[in-house]
Design a protein around this ligand. Structure first.
Ligand SMILES: [Zn+2]
Length: 117
């Protein structure tokens, strides 16, 4: 079994998390409801607001995944597939540090064939 460089992965996860959180708070600041808008302006604003919400939803999910990965590091369970409990390929973890599943289970998940907790 190849050894994972947990410290390096942890740094990576924390850096990625910080970036996402900064992006998320940036989104909040750019949504400004304080002025009295005309209807066209309002429509445009609602549109961009929805786009931003969709973006932050995606980013919030990524932050949650990173938090879970960090918890697994604390619990000494990092790098173990959350479905079949096999070791996740270290190369995969280096590329996607917040990965929860091995490649086989990830594929199942993407096809909607995996029961998620
Ligand atoms: Zn698996």
């Amino acid at each position: 079994m190849s050894k994972l460089n947990i410290d390096e992965i942890k740094d990576k996860l924390i850096a990625e998390r910080e970036l996402l959180v900064r992006k998320l708070s940036g989104n909040d600041l750019s949504v400004d409801d304080s002025e009295t808008p005309d209807p066209v302006d309002l429509a445009v604003r609602n549109y961009s607001k929805n786009v931003m919400l969709a973006v932050s939803e995606n980013e919030s999910r990524q932050v949650a995944l990173i938090d879970q990965a960090l918890l697994r590091i604390e619990d000494d369970e990092y790098g173990i597939c959350q479905n079949c409990e096999k070791d996740i390929n270290p190369k995969r973890l280096a590329a996607v540090p917040s990965a929860r599943y091995c490649i086989e289970c990830q594929e199942l998940q993407e096809r909607g064939l995996l029961d998620e907790e």
